[in-house]
Design a protein around this ligand. Structure first.
Ligand code: FSX
Ligand code: SF4
Ligand code: F3S
Length: 389
């Protein structure tokens, strides 16, 4: 089932957003800015933001059953430990989190009953989110919950789910627990269920990609468009290398050779330190992590990308081995060395560029994320932005 959204012009009055301040814990204007970003992220024009807002307010909160298996709980932590409470508030307000072992007060039999009750009450309608790989070794004996193996549990919960989301690299493709020699037989959810599922890889994944996926489902009544690995194209449609702020250095042949050398200190390209950005699909350089302004992603902090989202790269290839260069096409946007990033572009211009230029994976997601930024978090120019003497 998919819904068509009526288009509203940005100036159209939206008079039925009563209570939005209280419900989402943010001013109406901020909520609408968030909807502009989400609209761009899911490939709609900024004119659809009003319709997204209305749909979000009116949507019935879907029941979510969230399972944990072989993992570190980093997926959940990254979702709930944003510096600004907006992200957590938004997520917990638009879904009904009916079973989550880390967050629920219930334990033991009570928790099991809560899971079964939520599944029965929302049969065929709930979203199953799986965090962690599924150990298949020793007939699944490495992970048992309530007397059932992870294999049994995930199959039981998926049977009546409307959609299954594998969150994090562990659930998506095995991730860290599946690292060779994989003694527990850690396996991805799709393999256990024998059918494709939506995957949001990353270790941890960016919580805004989960949020945008859920909003897409709520607003349009269907999951976003996926690539061959089940990843939403809005988030994993482009290589990190295409949007990296150090890309101009790569193209100019300016590389850090050792940690702490001149090139490293000046923010040059980390390719020769093993950066896997050229073979890793994710929107990390556009959407960033945390709420602290520019630079808050692995490469921005001076560490090569290890390809944590990418099967066959993260936790598989040696961290400092050279990446395979999948494309050497120009980036979608070159960082201008003297430009102060984050200055001079308004929400509307970024959204328009995102919608018109098809850059939803970058600008749209970033825009959606801006809602959670602390007002004092200003994008400062990085070393890479500064003109060379
Ligand atoms: Fe941890 Fe999640 Fe990594 Fe895995 O994220 S952050 S080990 S992807 O399943 O908890
Ligand atoms: Fe950025 Fe890494 Fe590509 Fe260099 S190799 S431009 S650091 S993604
Ligand atoms: Fe992971 Fe690389 Fe992004 S290490 S968080 S995919 S920059």
């Amino acid at each position: 089932m998919s819904r068509k959204l009526p288009m509203l012009a940005p100036q159209d009055p939206i008079d039925d957003l009563e209570g939005v301040e209280k419900r989402f814990g943010m001013p109406r204007r901020q909520f609408l800015s968030f909807c502009v970003g989400v609209a761009a992220s899911i490939g709609l024009s900024s004119g659809a933001a009003g319709a997204v807002a209305k749909a979000l307010v009116a949507a019935k909160r879907p029941s979510v059953i969230w399972l944990h298996f072989q993992e570190c709980t980093g997926c959940t932590e990254s979702l709930l430990r944003a510096e600004h409470p907006t992200l957590e508030k938004l997520i917990l307000d638009i879904i009904s989190l009916d079973y989550h072992e880390t967050l629920m007060a219930a334990a033991g039999h009570q928790a099991e009953e809560a899971r079964k009750a939520a599944m029965a009450a929302n049969k065929g309608k709930y979203i199953l989110v799986v965090e962690g790989a599924i150990p298949t070794g020793a007939n699944g004996a490495f992970c048992k919950i309530g007397g059932k193996t992870a294999i049994e549990l995930v199959k039981e919960c998926a049977a009546d789910a409307a959609a299954v989301i594998a969150i994090g690299s562990c659930a998506s493709w095995g991730g860290m627990p599946s690292t060779s020699p994989n003694p527990t037989g850690a396996s991805p959810v799709a393999e256990i269920l024998g059918k494709p599922v939506l995957t949001i890889p990353g270790c941890p994944p960016n919580p805004y990609n989960f949020l945008t996926t859920v909003v897409h489902y709520l607003v349009l009544g269907q999951l976003p468009e996926l690539d061959a690995k089940g990843r939403p194209k809005f988030a994993y449609g482009r290589l990190i290398h295409e949007n990296c702020e150090r890309r101009a250095h790569f193209d100019a042949g300016r590389f850090a050779i050792q940690f702490g050398d001149d090139g490293h200190r000046q923010g040059w390209c980390l390719y020769k330190l093993g950066c896997k950005g050229p073979e890793t699909y994710a929107n990390c350089p556009s959407i960033l992590f945390g709420d602290v302004g520019s630079g808050s992603w692995p490469v921005g902090c001076g560490h090569p990308c290890i390809g944590c989202t990418e099967q066959g790269v993260g936790f598989t290839k040696p961290i400092h081995s050279l990446a395979k260069l999948l494309t050497v096409t120009p980036p979608t946007q070159f960082a201008r060395p003297a430009e102060e990033q984050g200055q001079g572009s308004t929400l509307a211009t970024v959204a328009t560029v995102a919608a018109v230029g098809g850059l939803a994976i970058g600008a749209g997601a970033r825009l959606a994320k801006n809602i959670g930024n602390h007002p004092d978090a200003v994008d400062e120019p990085t070393a890479a932005d500064k003109p060379k003497a």
